[in-house]
Design a protein. Structure first.
Ligand SMILES: [Mg+2]
Length: 369
């Protein structure tokens, strides 16, 4: 079978890709979120032209080389946007094969539908420690979350806290209020110098926090490594990295204890599997980045059922439509119901979701054929 057409449905925040073959089989995928008006244009300019008319294996999802070929054809344009667009093709093709084989993507990559433990991931820094504590304790009690990540420092903050004293206060308060049965993770989002990160890291150690994410500017590998070596708790990172050679260097130089590729930043599932496999060879767990409740979290759920070095939990955004208005009513059925701290990977073909026709109807439409 051949790829006959590639359609995108997008707005500024979110965009889906529909692949149709000459056998009239279809699959749905998604490009990475944000600036999707730009990404959709790149998709039709730099991804679709290399893909229309290509022959796909009738039997198995053997298209990795095609993804690689696109990157080689577009080798003058390495970087995030091309890969954000490529994710749309990759994830649509996985869905296509899932539907053809009547299997969830999880089963196509060696996993199976099952429950996955989540950690509730707070995206907010504008929130006072007392208010953050209230909402996380409520989520723990109502939905059984057994792990949470909250924010310290400020984003790429050059050692400056969101406001004076916030980081230390939130660590101490949440450690106390969430209790010892709940695992506690923090994210520095590239805020700290090694000295400040280690200083805060000692407080994290004393307050039972197990995971310090992106403590230093993520591009400064040696800084992150210094923090990792000074602390007994896990240092995690890599969400921004989408280039395989960067990942190779991260792994060779032993920068982090936990790798966090993002399926949609990476260019899709195939390339994320590549990173997870490289980390597995070094015995490192993979706890992917998945920061909103779009298809990125669905794809990550399927991925985590399949890789031998899956981290302890799935990143699961706790922010609702008041924070992410664009996240509303994307799917016809909610794939993200949390019960007793777990979500469920459905035993349905492909990604197991249906994009809401009403959402599609309001989106900007483009086609390559
Ligand atoms: Mg992060």
């Amino acid at each position: 079978m051949k790829i006959k057409k590639l359609e995108t449905f997008s707005n500024k925040y979110l965009g889906f890709v529909k692949v149709t073959t000459d056998t009239n089989d279809i699959g749905w995928g998604q490009v990475s979120t944000y600036n999707v008006d730009i990404t959709a244009q790149i998709f039709h300019r730099q991804v679709a032209p290399w893909s229309i008319g290509i022959e796909l294996d009738d039997d198995k999802p053997d298209f990795f080389d095609h993804l690689q070929l696109i990157l080689e054809r577009e080798h003058k344009y390495p970087g995030s946007y091309l890969l954000r667009a490529l994710s749309g093709l990759d994830t649509a093709l996985w869905d296509l094969y899932g539907k053809l084989k009547e299997k969830p993507v999880a089963s196509l990559i060696g996993g199976k539908p099952k429950k996955i433990r989540v950690y509730g991931s707070s995206m907010r820094r504008d929130i006072k420690p007392e208010d953050e504590s209230k909402r996380l304790c409520r989520l723990r009690d109502d939905y059984g979350f057994s792990a949470f990540k909250f924010r310290v420092g400020s984003e790429c903050g050059r050692d400056t806290d969101e406001w004076e004293g916030r980081s230390e206060k939130i660590v101490k308060l949440l450690s106390h209020d969430l209790g010892s049965d709940v695992e506690k993770l923090v994210d520095g989002n590239s805020c700290f110098s090694p000295r400040k990160a280690i200083e805060l890291g000692k407080i994290l150690e004393d307050h039972d926090v197990c995971h310090f994410e992106e403590p230093c500017p993520y591009w400064e590998h040696n800084q992150t490594k210094k923090v990792k070596e000074a602390l007994s708790i896990d240092v995690a990172g890599g969400e921004q990295d989408c280039d395989i050679s960067t990942w190779k260097s991260t792994l060779e130089k032993e920068i982090v204890n936990i790798v966090q590729p993002d399926v949609m930043y990476m260019g899709g599932l195939y390339r994320t599997l590549q990173v997870a496999n490289m980390a597995n060879k070094l015995g490192l767990p993979c706890t992917p980045h998945a920061a909103n409740l779009s298809l990125v979290t669905v794809c990550t759920m399927h991925l985590l059922t399949a890789i031998p070095n899956a981290g302890k939990y799935l990143e699961f955004s706790i922010e609702d439509e008041t924070y992410y208005p664009w996240q509303k009513n994307i799917f016809t059925r909610d794939p993200f119901k949390v019960k007793d701290g777990f979500v469920n990977v459905r035993d349905e073909p492909g990604w197991g979701v249906e994009i809401n026709p009403a959402w599609l109807g309001k989106s900007e439409y483009r086609i390559s054929e």
